[in-house]
Ligand binder design. Structure first.
Ligand code: PEP
Length: 246
């Protein structure tokens, strides 16, 4: 398992359901991760069928390999699933769990997220656990309550700041071009770190419409330890700029 506390900043890409052999050829021709500063952890999370292909490309790079989800189950009659041990066999070092698209589209609960994170930790893979509020919840003033509930129920008992990364992703900011103000981002991250005392030392990423033009100011915030990037990570030049923004 990678020791998260060794890093100052974490920059994670989530490619979602976007990839092809042509895309990979182009991407790895263009991305330049040689200039990543020491202390920065860069992660690429492709769709699972391309994980071996990416793993070969990443051999000569300083980027880590991540997955976008893993099964609740470890083995057996679960058609279409991929277990944490299968991710491990395929060189995955990180895995996103509880992304809002999994929670909203596939009905994943915080209890499921917790079990998946436990499976990952048991295999020595670092979970990146996502939490975030909807626009209606934000407008109702319940963001902090929602986050408290999601965090309390999604993190395994044996989690530690060295094994787990938290990603705060306001759902209304994902893929929308909308970004909370810098004060709002810092306030939420500070709430997670200071008010929910047990997460004091955790690395907390911000996710939601991050691009090369806004990443620096977000990364400069006191309580932000990195970013989780969707759309902008699909462009290798753009993602190179984001990786080098620290
Ligand atoms: C995401 O889905 O995790 C995400 C942050 O997406 P985007 O950067 O496209 O808003």
């Amino acid at each position: 398992m990678i020791e998260i506390n060794e890093f100052d900043k974490i920059i994670a890409a989530n490619w979602k359901l976007n990839c092809s052999l042509d895309f990979l050829k182009h991407y790895f021709n263009k991305i330049n991760s040689n200039d990543i500063k020491p202390g920065v952890c860069g992660i690429i999370s492709p769709p699972l069928v391309y994980i071996q292909n990416c793993s070969l490309h990443l051999k000569s790079s300083s980027l880590f390999l991540g997955a976008q989800d893993c099964s609740l189950y470890n083995k057996g009659a679960y058609t279409g699933e991929n277990s944490a041990s299968m991710l491990k066999d395929n060189n995955c070092q990180f895995c996103i769990v509880g992304h809002s698209e999994r929670r909203q589209i596939f009905g994943e609960t915080s209890k499921d997220v917790k079990k998946k994170a436990e499976n990952l930790i048991n295999q020595g893979i670092n979970p990146i656990i996502c939490v975030g509020e909807t626009l209606a919840e934000k407008n109702a003033g319940s963001t902090k309550n929602i986050l408290y509930e999601q965090l309390s129920n999604s993190l395994p008992e044996k989690s530690s700041s060295n094994s787990i990364i938290i990603a705060y992703e306001p759902i209304w900011a994902i893929g929308s071009g909308l970004v909370p103000s810098l004060e709002e981002i810092n306030d939420i991250h500070s709430y997670i770190k200071s008010d929910i005392n047990k997460f004091k030392n955790y690395k907390i990423l911000y996710g939601g419409s991050v691009k090369s033009s806004n990443v620096k100011e977000i990364l400069n915030l006191e309580n932000v330890d990195g970013v989780l990037v969707g759309g902008a990570s699909l462009d290798p030049i753009e993602f190179t700029k984001i990786l080098n923004a620290c």
